[in-house]
Design a protein around this ligand. Structure first.
Ligand code: AMP
Ligand code: GLY
Length: 429
């Protein structure tokens, strides 16, 4: 099988790495890709937001399967164009990707499917926002309705700050904001692979969204992740499939817009049970880096089965009896104003740490083989080991070998989970 991966981040680097390791795969092409992927894939330029260009590239390289990493190409209809060219594509149609593309649409689908989520008001004026904030009380949760790369959400006790964020979202063309009830309890990301009918869950992971240790500072795309979750109920995955993923997939099929690809269920484990915080129509970054580190089933076969309606007969997934932790190394100024163009040192020394590997995110090739920072999240360093404490140790040892001027990372990824210190809100999980 020949596989074309669309995207440039560490999530896509993790996908490339796992796909290339599948014995059924003879070649991987990544477009546009990044320098880290070049060891395992041929890199080709493409505009990921141009559906016809992606379909033409897939035909040119004779891909048997296209895997679309980020949400924006999916919402732009890349998967539709690839399928129209007769090539199997892992990723939902543009219409189905609205589950991520519009939070208001996702809420409507959840309501129709009886999926538990936060109560919400969709607002089009600042007066409506003010009423909704007062109806729910603090902490206030205000979300941009459209795609915002994980940065459109403000959670704050400061009513004025909540209103200010809403005003900024409403100022944009067609701007709408969603005001939500606050959900307490730890967050979980569960990726559910689906062909539009059958749902196959991967292992749950936890992401660290805030930029600083102890969840200080603003939200980011994600600063680190770990899997498994020793504190979670063993029934968690089954509960989420039965109450969230399968009803959502069934509802999308009922509407004539089946959702095939990965339904990323972002959940809060609250005192009143599991609640959906958000859906995404793609793999999470950085959670993919730890989930795929543990998946023993060859990845290409699984994604191809999802892309071709063949999940019902797919063998039960196999998992490595290991833990994985990933730490994101971000550039100076991330998330507000990342600085780019600085040389990165120590990549080989980091990768030489047993059980560790370095996935590239925002990097670019410089002169004489140099690797330069080229984005906010620069690298995603993965450590594996028999348990979370060991995996953490491996990841942080690898990070200690890296040099990048002004870079920062969180030092507490998976620390509380490894210490048995994650507080559940006390209700049913
Ligand atoms: P979202 O883009 O919807 O995933 O939101 C980003 C982050 O904001 C989530 O991962 C949560 O940490 C936080 N968040 C979103 N919605 C809520 C909510 N209703 N209650 C508490 N925190 C939330
Ligand atoms: N890690 C959060 C996301 O991928 O949206």
């Amino acid at each position: 099988m020949k596989v074309l991966v669309i995207g440039t981040g560490a999530r896509e680097h993790a996908l490339v790495r796992s796909l290339a390791a599948d014995p059924a795969v003879e070649a991987v092409v990544a477009a546009p890709g990044n320098p880290g992927m070049a060891a395992a894939a041929e890199l080709r330029p493409v505009d990921p937001l141009d559906p016809q260009a992606v379909a033409a590239l897939a035909a040119e390289v004779a891909a048997d399967l296209v895997v679309v990493g980020p949400e924006a190409p999916l919402v732009a209809g890349v998967a539709d164009a690839v399928r129209a060219a007769g090539i199997a594509c892992f990723g939902p149609s543009g219409e189905a990707a609205q589950l991520e593309g519009s939070k208001a649409f996702a809420k409507e689908v959840m309501a129709a499917a009886g999926v538990p989520t936060a109560m919400a008001h969709v607002c089009e004026t600042l007066d409506e926002v003010a009423d909704a904030l007062d109806a729910f009380g603090g902490p206030y949760v205000v979300k941009d309705d459209g795609l915002a790369a994980g940065k459109g959400v403000v959670v704050t006790d400061d009513r004025a700050a909540a209103l200010e964020h809403a005003a900024g979202c409403l100022a944009r063309q067609g701007g709408r904001v969603v005001v939500e009830e606050f959900l307490d309890g730890p967050e979980v990301s569960l990726f559910c692979i689906t062909d539009g009918v059958t749902v196959v869950p991967l292992a749950p992971a936890q992401d660290f969204k805030r930029v600083g240790d102890d969840d200080a500072g603003p939200n980011t795309g994600g600063m680190g992740a770990y899997s498994p979750l020793p504190w979670a109920s063993p029934d968690l995955t089954r509960t989420v499939v039965d109450r969230v993923a399968q009803p959502t997939v069934d509802e999308m099929a009922r509407r004539g817009t089946p959702f095939a690809g990965v339904l990323y269920c972002g959940l809060a484990i609250t005192s009143r049970g599991v609640r959906v915080i958000e859906f995404n129509a793609r793999f999470g970054d950085p959670e993919t880096q730890v989930v795929l580190a543990r998946l023993a089933t060859p990845l290409a076969g699984l994604l191809h089965a999802a892309a071709t309606g063949a999940l019902a007969t797919f063998p039960t997934l196999r998992w490595r009896d290991a833990a994985a932790v990933t730490v994101v190394v971000a550039s100076q100024g991330y998330p507000a104003s990342p600085r780019t163009g600085d040389p990165i040192g120590g990549l080989d020394a980091a990768a030489a740490v047993p059980g560790a590997w370095v996935l590239h995110a925002g990097t670019a090739a410089g002169p004489d083989g140099a690797v330069l920072s080229a984005g906010g999240r620069v690298l995603s360093v993965v450590g594996t080991g028999p348990d979370l404490a060991a995996a953490r140790g491996v990841a942080y040892e690898a990070v200690s070998h890296l040099t990048l001027a002004g870079a920062h990372h969180r030092s507490d990824i998976a620390a509380r989970a490894a210490a048995g210190d994650v507080a559940l809100a006390g209700g049913p999980a």
